[in-house]
Design a protein. Sequence first.
Length: 335
Amino acid sequence: MLVALAGTVILVAAAYLALVIVTRIDELFFPGQGLSVGGEYGAGATYLSEMATADRRGYYASFQYVTLIMGQLIALGVLIVLQHALTDAQLHAWGWRVPFFLGALCAVIAFYIIKGIDETSSFTALSERKRHGLMRQLAAHPRAVLTVVGLTIGGTISYYTFAIYIQKFLVNTSGWTKNDATVLSATTLFFYMLLQPLFGLLSDKVGRRPLLITFGALGAIMTVPFMTILSHTTDFTTAFIVTMAALTVISCYTSIAGVVKAEMFPTEIRTLGVGLPYAVAVSVFGGTVEYVALSLKEGGHESWFSWYVTVCVAISLAVYATMPDTKRHSAIKEA
């Protein structure tokens, strides 16, 4: 059973990783185009959560973010290789097409992997009638939809700040070279990736809510000090410790984000219930992090961005404190 489950997780993770690479390559080379893997987030979170056993659901579902971060690292590696192998003129003339070719190849691989994966027992047990009229069924769960938006706001804005925007922040604000900032980002992301299964496993022991509250409380308290230290340091060790501290706190959210949302909805609308409100929250808050931060910087109020992140995390903390622990009140039923 465990071997079969592990194999399924690997297949789903491989497919999701391929799709993430496409997204991250696009974001790195053409950040204005807005291509997103968010449309697959709900399906990935739902599938991993439904396939896992109840006592290891947090652990196996955490591999969704492992693949997300791994995709970011691979895309970053492609960028580094091209920057060193090609001149600026070559990169702008034809080199930018290379990542798209790699992304297209990954998309084909993902298609064939997904095509060969069996449906979960939860889905196959649904009657044909319940597989239709999904938006109408989703409308019957307004509290769960709003809860997904609320719990995502703080997590997505923190993730985009310390896992993605931080590289540009160190260059523009702290005076780092692009190479040094890239090395720091790649190093911290690698260790951040390794943390996800550990926190997922912890959630299987203590529940999901304690981890979410820990993220919300520490995130609200420490975001301003973390960003202040990073804005004034050029020391690699100091920046590494501070960034890793922030990412460790954020792991309390990212490691279990998918499973928490999946556990809130019945089978017939689980994918839509996870994916749609998540996409809205990420589009409005996570996807605009860089624009908000740079706009405040250009307006002479850069320090306000840290407080903006803090307020968003505090909003999510209020949601975490009032929502039930989905591990103990899960809508995912064992087959």
